[in-house]
Design a protein around this ligand. Structure first.
Ligand code: NAP
Length: 266
């Protein structure tokens, strides 16, 4: 008996920063729902490994290395997708990173890096893929942009002004583009995750500045009403809904996913 077609069957999806963490879980979930996935990540070996892992599960996936903060890289990536697939139905802007530190000691480099990857990265991909995303479908099918923001961009977080500003900027981009592209049946929404474990972002490092400290994570998790930290798969489920036709009447929204944690000052 043949497998039933998934709700994203026949669609093409790009997920940035998908070699690991939340992006990888989103790529896997969209592929399980039937989409052909194009993984994009900074690290070519990691991107290839993630693509190969999905194909090993029988899913439809390919991988490309690109730096989303670099417009030329992204334009080249978009041409490759146009050439190979001729369409794009779903764009997930997930690539991101943290460079935490006190504002009065924050370097220009760390301010720019986080903003360049998060806000400029999403701008670069939306612009580069605009010809594919804006092309109206004869069958009326909507195209979807899903931006991975953060609760930090809504509520703020101490020692993280660069990240909070970047994620707030991404939310602004989401709302503006939702209005701009709504007449074309392109939905643009953001997901604002709370504290999601098992990713590089929440894995402690020696200097404690390139990733969130485990101690901070544990302290926050103790206050989450649902009783646990988030998992990449939790975010992936929401992304799959926003990527599907089930959310055709949802646009310009920022959906928080954090187990009930609404105030970060703990
Ligand atoms: P992660 O495990 O570090 O994954 C982020 C991915 O983005 C990595 O594979 C990274 O590649 C890639 N990336 C970084 N810079 C890039 C660039 N310039 N171009 C292309 N890819 C790039 O972190 P995560 O926790 O899964 O985070 C995914 C997204 O969720 C981020 O936007 C993050 O801000 C957001 N988020 C996470 C949490 C959380 O608690 N984890 C909460 C709220 C929001 P390399 O590793 O090779 O650098």
């Amino acid at each position: 008996m043949s497998k039933p077609a998934g709700r994203l069957s026949g669609q093409v999806a790009v997920v940035t920063g998908a070699a690991r963490g939340i992006g990888r879980a989103i790529a896997r979930r969209l592929a399980q729902d039937g989409a052909a996935i194009v993984i994009c990540d900074l690290d070519p070996a990691a991107a290839d490994e993630a693509g190969a892992a999905l194909r090993k599960e029988g899913l439809n996936a390919s991988a490309t290395a690109a730096d989303v903060s670099n417009a030329a890289d992204v334009d080249q990536f978009a041409s490759e997708v146009a050439h190979k697939h001729g369409r794009l139905d779903i764009l997930v802007n997930n690539a991101g990173l943290v460079r935490d530190g006190a504002l009065h000691k924050m370097s220009d480099e760390n301010w720019m890096l986080v903003n360049d990857v998060v806000v400029r990265g999403a701008f670069n991909t939306c612009r580069a893929f605009a010809p594919l995303l804006r092309a109206k479908r004869a069958d009326g099918a909507h195209r979807k942009v899903v931006n991975i923001a953060s609760v930090s961009g809504i509520y703020g977080r101490e020692l993280s002004a660069n990240y909070c500003a970047a994620k707030a900027g991404l939310i602004g981009l989401t709302k503006a583009l939702a209005r701009e592209w709504a007449p074309l049946q392109v939905n643009v929404n953001a997901i604002a995750p709370g504290f999601i474990g098992g990713t590089t972002l929440t894995t402690p490092t020696d200097d404690g500045l390139t990733a969130m400290k485990q101690e901070f994570f544990d302290r926050v998790v103790a206050h989450i009403p649902i009783g646990r930290g988030g998992r990449p798969e939790d975010v992936a489920g929401l992304a799959a809904y926003l990527a599907s036709a089930e959310s055709d009447y949802v646009t310009g929204q920022v959906i928080e996913i954090h187990g009930g944690l609404e105030i970060l000052k703990v």
